[in-house]
Design a protein around this ligand. Structure first.
Ligand SMILES: *[C@@H]1O[C@H](CO)[C@@H](O)[C@H](O)[C@H]1NC(C)=O
Ligand SMILES: *[C@@H]1O[C@H](CO)[C@@H](O)[C@H](O)[C@H]1NC(C)=O
Ligand SMILES: *[C@@H]1O[C@H](CO)[C@@H](O)[C@H](O)[C@H]1NC(C)=O
Ligand SMILES: *[C@@H]1O[C@H](CO)[C@@H](O)[C@H](O)[C@H]1NC(C)=O
Ligand SMILES: *[C@@H]1O[C@H](CO)[C@@H](O)[C@H](O)[C@H]1NC(C)=O
Length: 290
C-alpha cells in the first residue's frame, strides 16, 4: 500500500516534470476585458519553446468551446472556422506569437489560446480569458445644479451624471483644466443600479470653493469627464462656466475705467468679466447654493 503510494507520487512528479519540458509554454495572453462594439478586438497569445520541446505543432483559438482559428506552421497554413458565426478578420502568427482580430459579439465569451508541440506527445498548454462587449454611452455626461452666480467666499455644489453604459463609467472633475481629487472637493464615484439591459449610470459631485482658485477672472471652467474602460478607453465630457462674483468688483471696475483712457485694448479685455458681474448685481438677486 505504502509502496504504491510512493509509486503514484513519483509518477505524478514525473508527469508534471515531463509536461513542463515537452510543450511550448504560453507566456502571455492578451484579451481585452471590455470590447468596443465599434472596432475589431485584437487577441494576442505569446509562447516560448523550452529547450527540450519538439517543434510547434499548432496554435488554436477557441471561442467558448468552438474552434475559431488554427495555425499549423509545418503546413504554413492558417484556417478560420466560422461555425459559431464569429469571424476572424485578420491574423498574424509565427513561432513565438499568434495574434487574431475578431468582430466582438454581444455578451461575454471565453477566448482560449491552445498551443501544442509536435509528436510524440502533442503536449498542449492553454490559457483563457473572458471578453465582454461593452455598451458605450449615447450621450455626454450631464452637469446639474449649476448656480447662475456664486458669491466670493461662498461655495457651489454641482453634480455630474453619466449616461448608462456597460461597464459603468468612471467620472472625473476638472476645474480650470486641473484634475480634482481631494475628497473634500469631489465625492467618490457612485454607480446606479442596473437597468433592464444590465447598464449602469455613474455620478459624482464637485464642491467648488472659488476662493481656492485665485486665478479666476469672474468665472471658473468646470469639466466633467466620463470614461468607459474599453481599449482604447471611451471618453466623453461636458464643460460649463461657473460665474463668480468678485468681492472688490465695484472699485476695480472704476479703476479699470479710469485707466481705459490711457491704454486701450488690454483693458477692454479685462473689463468684460467685471462688467458681467456688475450688470448681474444690478439686475437680479443671485441664486446661491450653500
Ligand atoms: C461567418 O458566418 C456568418 C453568418 O453565420 C456570415 O455572415 C459571415 O460572412 C461568415 N464569415 C466568413 C469569413 O465566412
Ligand atoms: C492585418 O494585419 C496586418 C499585420 O498586423 C496589417 O498590416 C493589415 O493592415 C491588417 N489588415 C486588415 C484588413 O486589418
Ligand atoms: C503579436 O502581438 C505582439 C504584441 O503586440 C507583438 O509583439 C508580436 O510581434 C505580434 N505577433 C505577430 C506574429 O505579429
Ligand atoms: C469567465 O466568466 C465566467 C462566467 O461569468 C466565469 O465563471 C469564469 O471564471 C471567467 N473566466 C475567466 C478566465 O475569467
Ligand atoms: C446626483 O445625480 C444623481 C442622478 O442624476 C442622483 O441620483 C444623485 O442623488 C445626485 N447626487 C446629489 C448629491 O445630488
Amino acid at each position: 500500500m505504502f509502496i504504491l503510494k510512493i509509486l503514484k507520487f513519483s509518477i505524478k512528479i514525473l508527469c508534471s516534470f515531463a509536461a513542463r519540458t515537452v510543450s511550448h509554454t504560453i507566456t502571455q495572453l492578451d484579451v481585452p476585458r471590455w470590447a468596443d462594439p465599434r472596432r475589431e478586438a485584437e487577441l494576442r497569445c505569446q509562447y516560448t519553446r523550452n529547450p527540450k520541446d519538439p517543434p510547434l505543432h499548432s496554435v488554436k483559438w477557441y471561442r467558448d468551446t468552438d474552434e475559431i482559428f488554427r495555425y499549423t506552421p509545418q503546413e504554413l497554413e492558417t484556417r478560420a472556422f466560422n461555425s459559431s458565426g464569429i469571424s476572424v478578420t485578420n491574423c498574424s502568427c509565427d513561432l513565438r506569437s499568434c495574434n487574431i482580430t475578431v468582430r466582438p459579439e454581444r455578451g461575454t465569451a471565453r477566448y482560449t489560446c491552445e498551443v501544442s508541440s509536435e509528436a510524440p506527445r502533442f503536449a498542449v498548454d492553454k490559457r483563457s480569458a473572458n471578453m465582454t462587449l461593452a455598451v458605450l454611452p449615447e450621450y455626454d455626461p450631464l452637469i446639474t445644479g449649476l448656480p447662475t452666480l456664486v458669491q466670493a467666499g461662498e461655495q457651489a455644489m454641482v453634480n455630474c451624471t453619466s449616461d448608462y453604459s456597460l461597464p459603468a463609467a468612471t467620472i472625473d472633475w476638472f476645474v480650470d483644466s486641473e484634475p480634482q481629487e481631494d475628497p473634500q472637493i469631489t465625492s467618490e464615484n457612485h454607480i446606479s443600479g442596473a437597468d433592464g439591459d444590465g447598464l449602469r449610470a455613474s455620478w459624482r459631485t464637485l464642491h467648488v470653493f472659488p476662493d481656492d482658485y485665485a486665478s479666476h477672472r469672474g468665472h471658473l471652467s468646470l469639466r466633467c469627464r466620463s470614461i468607459v474602460a474599453t481599449w482604447p478607453p471611451n471618453e466623453r465630457s461636458m464643460s460649463v462656466r461657473l460665474f463668480v462674483q468678485q468681492r472688490q468688483h465695484v472699485s476695480s471696475y472704476m479703476f479699470s475705467k479710469n485707466n481705459a483712457v490711457a491704454s486701450s485694448c488690454s483693458c477692454v479685455f479685462r473689463l468684460q468679466p467685471q462688467l458681467w458681474t456688475f450688470l448681474l448685481l444690478m439686475t437680479k438677486v443671485p441664486f446661491l447654493v450653500k
